[in-house]
Each structure stands twice: as structure tokens, then as C-alpha cells.
Design a protein around this ligand. Structure first.
Ligand code: FE2
Length: 189
């Protein structure tokens, strides 16, 4: 997991929006979490994610070390349905429950298969997405846009957002800061 963290730190350092959001160049204690798979995580290793020069090393490191990660699912079957639950998963790289401990920042690596609809949801923590591989439609109540590798999207505290993957699977690096750091996203009703 150390390799993945190092590439995350490099991406954060070299991307202005991420760098402005938080500083990842701090020493973070490895909690040596036990690896865990989900039905979606077995796909990560096998898929071809369209990356950029900036994100390629991190995408390859995630695929190579996917078996060392503690993969999780955010939502229950009743909330998102079987297909979504089977083809979406995330790992907490940095954070209170992450591979590397932090109380002030949370960093997730998340995977979605192609043609998935991540419905409107929100959370208290402020958030920035950085696409590592693939592309997807990112929606807020104000705009919808396509994001590709090394492009970012910021969400304010409690700002509703949704996302749809198109013909490509998506791998994203997601950072959280501020209040509500220890809670996960909730579906909006
Ligand atoms: Fe979010």
C-alpha cells in the first residue's frame, strides 16, 4: 500500500486543485489493515482504465497491489441494487479507518464498472474527486460535465451530487476534509 500512497502524494503535489485542497506530503502511519476483497474488487486488477501521463503510475500500482487492499462497499443492496453493489467498491487509503492514519484528511480510491448510475447523494465533508482512469458524467444541481483522467471536481459540504459511468470503467481518487470526516455519504431521498 506504501507504493499507492507515494503515487497519491505525487499526484496531489502535481495537480493544482488537489494541492490547494490539502497537503498530503505529511508522514502517515501505516495501520497494516488486513486485505479484504469484494465482488467488485476482483475486477480492478483485470480492467483497462484510460489513464493520463500523470495518473498512469498510480493506476498501475492500484492494479498491481489490489490484493493488499481492504476493499469495502458503501451502500447496501437495498439502497443501490445488486449490479451496482457488485461493480462498485472503494478502499480508504488515508483516514480514521484507512490504511494510513489521519484524523484531518480522508482519501479514498473508488472503482465503478461501466454503465453504472450513482444516484444523488451527499455528505458533510468537503470533497474533491480526481479521475485516475476512465471517464464519467459528474452532476451537481448546477451542472453536468464529463471528467477524464487527471481532471477534478469539488463538492461543497452537503452539496448533492451524482455520477454516471459511460462505456468505460472508472477509477477515482477522492479526498475529504472538514467537518463530518468520520461519516460516509448518504443517498438523498
Ligand atoms: Fe461525494
Amino acid at each position: 500500500m506504501q507504493t499507492i500512497l507515494q503515487y497519491a502524494q505525487i499526484i496531489c503535489q502535481n495537480n493544482q486543485e488537489l494541492r490547494n485542497f490539502c497537503d498530503l506530503n505529511i508522514s502517515l502511519r501505516n495501520k497494516n489493515l488486513d486485505p479484504k476483497t469484494t465482488s467488485g474488487s476482483s475486477l480492478v486488477r483485470t480492467l483497462d482504465f484510460k489513464s493520463s501521463d500523470e495518473t498512469f503510475p498510480m493506476v498501475e500500482a492500484i492494479k498491481k497491489h489490489a490484493d493488499e487492499a481492504q476493499w469495502r462497499q458503501t451502500y447496501s443492496l437495498s439502497e443501490v441494487g445488486k449490479d451496482f453493489a457488485n461493480r462498485h467498491c472503494y478502499l480508504e487509503l488515508i483516514g480514521p479507518n484507512g490504511h494510513f492514519y489521519s484524523e484531518s484528511i480522508r482519501g479514498f480510491i473508488a472503482f465503478w464498472g461501466e454503465n453504472l448510475n450513482y444516484k444523488w447523494h451527499s455528505h458533510e465533508a468537503e470533497e474533491i474527486y480526481c479521475v485516475l482512469g476512465g471517464k464519467a458524467l459528474f452532476k451537481t444541481k448546477k451542472e453536468t460535465k464529463v471528467l477524464k483522467a487527471n481532471e477534478t471536481q469539488f463538492h461543497k459540504s452537503w452539496e448533492s451530487h451524482a455520477m454516471e459511468t459511460l462505456e468505460d470503467p472508472l477509477l477515482a481518487f477522492i479526498l475529504w476534509r472538514g467537518k463530518g470526516l468520520d461519516h460516509l455519504a448518504k443517498m438523498d431521498n
